[in-house]
Design a protein around this ligand. Structure first.
Ligand code: B12
Ligand code: SF4
Length: 479
């Protein structure tokens, strides 16, 4: 088991909470994607290393937030730290209310609170950390335990007299290798691993090798780490993989980096180490088509790579340029071909409704999709997230706000785009049909598949498009 530092009887106590309740999430019932929050596990390990007594209440497998109150009464922390995502906004607020009822100071961190700290403060949190949490949480925990005010502490936002008081920004941690291994023992790892074993036969865990992303896509929200990019050494990554295998018999890893393998020398070294260590892990990652060169993919496959998530986004070069993706269609084609050749599953992310997109651009995306038939995909409707250039370009035309990044975001139109929402929903259905036809190829006659495809295209052109676009002329929106 991991080493725990000895804590003095007077050590400040801090309770971390993950307010995500999987059974409340309809998507979770369909696609099992359960991993403990790496943010919280890393915070927990770091806080312990600084002499703070930490516990974690993880609601993932719970029915509701009641375990928070029991833990507050049993553990008596000075401070409750809550991880936030848009999806879990309401539950996070409920945790703050439960903390208040027990007289405990509450602090929110993570991507959602970072984007809208004032809402979390108004709803009852005592403080918000809108960035990297390690150093600031240690500072706040010590001050709260000593009964000091935290207003103005670097890295925090609080409310005083109806106004926001922001502390100066804190510098990011320079050396990610200095972070301890995630404190997996703070959650019930066996429950996560069993749930993966039941659905896939594998014992899966998530690993993060870097923080941030050096690219600059116009719609991407990077509330916590901004445009910074830091990575662990390949040696440190292998140490974490070895620990997961030895302690938890993990045999499949999801690398959760925003973009995996940004630096070629780094990934080359990691692949060499994986080979030398003989860890025999299977793995998956999210990467960019411009980085996945065919020779690299061959090496990655040999080192256990099973599946890659790629942000293809659009089949129109004009749209890729408007999104500032920095990728070329030729790179998409080269990568999709190489993935197929190497037998690596590909999951494509596609986006509809970005400003400037016409029906022709959507057709180009559908043609690309048809040509390569990725094994898995997701087609979302562009969501203007506050803080992005996309949001700035459409903020005068908002028609809703992302309440849940799953429910509203990506599935509903939240700004006045070129076409009505029903047109985008119909287009999503066309991708669904295309995927089904792709799967049917090889099982039913190609002539039948082609015939259904042609009939669907005719219906789209003659009936659906005129009906769904109505008479409204496309809005002239450019980012
Ligand atoms: C890995 C990952 C996943 C994995 C694993 C999630 C997990 N359980 O850890 C999977 C694939 C399962 C996943 C699923 C989803 N994800 Co996700 N995911 C990520 C990703 C790429 C990395 C998360 C991570 O580990 N970061 C590294 C750690 C170290 O950072 P961190 O968690 O932010 O924590 C740091 C700070 O935020 C802060 N902090 C965090 N919590 C707290 C608490 C306190 C008290 C304090 C003081 C500080 C603090 O300190 C931490 C350490 O410095 C991020 C993008 C990103 N770069 O963050 C998206 C991201 C978090 N995911 C996102 C989304 C939308 C989702 C889904 C809803 C996707 C979907 N539509 O299905 C689901 C939600 C599932 C869930 N259980 O909540 C969004 C969240 C946006 C939002 N505002 O809510 C992000 C930001 C991506 C994006 N830009 O859109 N995700
Ligand atoms: S979408 Fe991906 S590659 Fe683009 S800026 Fe965001 S994290 Fe980086």
């Amino acid at each position: 088991m991991p080493e725990r530092p000895t804590l003095s009887p007077g050590s400040p106590r801090l309770l971390l909470v993950d307010p995500y309740v999987a059974r409340e999430d309809p998507m979770e019932r369909k696609f099992v994607e359960l991993y403990p929050s790496l943010g919280l596990l890393t915070l927990g390990a770091y806080l312990r290393g600084q002499g703070i007594d930490v516990a974690l209440t993880d609601l993932t497998f719970a029915r509701d937030a009641r375990p928070v109150t029991s833990k507050l009464r049993e553990f008596r922390p000075a401070i409750v730290g809550v991880h936030t995502k848009t999806l879990t906004h309401a539950r996070a607020i409920e945790v703050a209310e439960r903390a208040r009822a027990e007289g405990t100071f509450s602090i929110a961190g993570g991507p959602d609170a970072a984007t809208r700290p004032e809402e979390y403060l108004e709803a009852g949190f005592d403080a918000v950390v809108p960035a990297e949490g390690e150093a600031v949480l240690v500072d706040v925990a010590r001050r709260v335990a000593r009964g000091e005010d935290v207003a103005g502490v670097p890295g925090t936002v609080v409310r005083r007299g109806g106004r926001l008081v922001r502390g100066a920004p804190r510098p990011f941690l320079r050396d990610l290798d200095s972070l301890p291994l995630p404190a997996w023992d703070l959650v019930d790892m066996e429950e996560y691993l069993r749930s993966w074993e039941r659905s896939t036969g594998e014992r899966r865990a998530a690993v993060l090798t870097s923080r941030g992303c050096p690219f600059d896509c116009s719609w991407c929200s990077k509330p916590t780490f901004g445009r910074t990019f830091r990575q662990q050494s390949p040696e440190r990554v292998v140490a974490e993989l070895r620990a997961l295998r030895d302690r938890y018999s993990v045999n499949y890893v999801r690398f959760c980096d925003d973009v995996f393998g940004v630096s070629r020398p780094w990934i080359d070294r990691l692949l060499t180490l994986l080979h030398e260590e003989g860890l025999a892990l299977k793995w998956e990652c999210l990467a960019r088509v411009d980085l996945l060169k065919p020779d690299l993919l061959r090496r990655m496959r040999a080192a256990g790579l099973e599946r890659v998530y790629v942000g293809v986004e659009s089949g129109s070069q004009k749209m890729l340029d408007l999104m500032n993706r920095g990728t070329r269609l030729a790179q998409v084609e080269r990568t999709a071909d190489a993935l197929r050749r190497e037998g690596i599953r590909q999951f494509w992310f596609l986006m509809l409704g970005y400003p400037g997109e016409t029906l022709d651009d959507i057709e180009a995306t559908l043609r690309l999709f048809r040509r390569f038939s990725p094994e898995e995909y997701s087609v979302s409707i562009a969501v203007p997230v506050p803080g992005t250039r996309f949001y700035e370009s459409v903020k005068e035309r908002l028609s809703g706000r992302p309440r849940s990044t799953r429910g509203a975001g990506g599935r509903s139109l939240l700004y006045e785009a070129a076409y009505p929402e029903r047109l985008y929903r119909w287009q999503q259905a066309r991708f669904g049909l295309e995927a089904a036809l792709g799967r049917a190829r090889g099982r039913i006659s190609p002539r039948v598949v082609e015939g259904i495809g042609r009939a669907a295209d005719r219906f789209h052109e003659k009936v659906a498009t005129p009906l769904l676009t109505g008479k409204k002329p496309p809005a002239q929106l450019t980012p």
